[in-house]
Design a protein around this ligand. Structure first.
Ligand code: ZN
Length: 185
């Protein structure tokens, strides 16, 4: 069982270190990637996770394939039908990610975090973003996203710089209601 670190832990406030590209395919990093996927997929409402959230201060985040599942997003992961549904798309790995482009237009969107349960709040973020990163095979790639994916890119790169969404959010509130339509990053 991989534990998800909660917000009082100082590892979440550290600036995470880059992964030497030559090390990406080595067992140590591959194990970390696997641990991150296991931790992420153990959470019914998880959509993404950054390495510091499992106590590893390296510049890596993983986006769950669930976010490309329209049923999951429409149900926001909260309905009975979706709770135990396996992701159809594979999880996307981003190593040494850099936000290379962000749009000027911003939107307030509700956010939660696997490390700041049970708090939610609204964060103003760019509606479109592009990330350059290395994948799990050490291959460089570029991925653009809008809406939820763009917010995820910004939420996760913040994690790698020791920033939590609660540093930026407004209208924060606590919710223990599992029926509430929310996803967490
Ligand atoms: Zn988070």
């Amino acid at each position: 069982m991989v534990e998800i670190i909660q917000s009082e832990n100082p590892v979440l406030r550290k600036i995470a270190k880059e992964v030497p590209v030559a090390n990406i395919t080595k067992p140590k990093i591959q194990k970390i990637l696997n641990d991150m996927k296991v931790a992420l997929n153990s959470q019914n409402d998880g959509v993404a996770i950054a390495a510091p959230q499992i106590g590893v201060s390296l510049r890596i985040f993983v986006v769950s394939g669930r976010i490309f599942d329209e049923d999951f997003i429409r149900g926001k992961g909260s309905t009975e039908k979706n709770l135990y549904k396996k992701p159809r798309e594979k999880d996307l790995v981003f190593i040494n990610p850099v936000l290379s482009k962000i749009s000027k237009d911003r939107k307030l969107m509700s956010e939660g975090c696997l490390s700041v349960r049970p708090i939610y709040g609204k964060v103003r973020r760019a509606t479109r973003a592009t990330v350059e990163a290395y994948d799990e095979n050490g291959k460089k790639f570029t991925k653009s996203g809008s809406g939820l994916l763009a917010h995820i890119f910004q939420h996760e790169t913040d994690h790698l710089d020791g920033i939590l969404f609660t540093d930026k959010a407004k209208d924060m509130y606590e919710s223990f209601d599992l029926e509430e339509p929310k996803e967490k990053q």
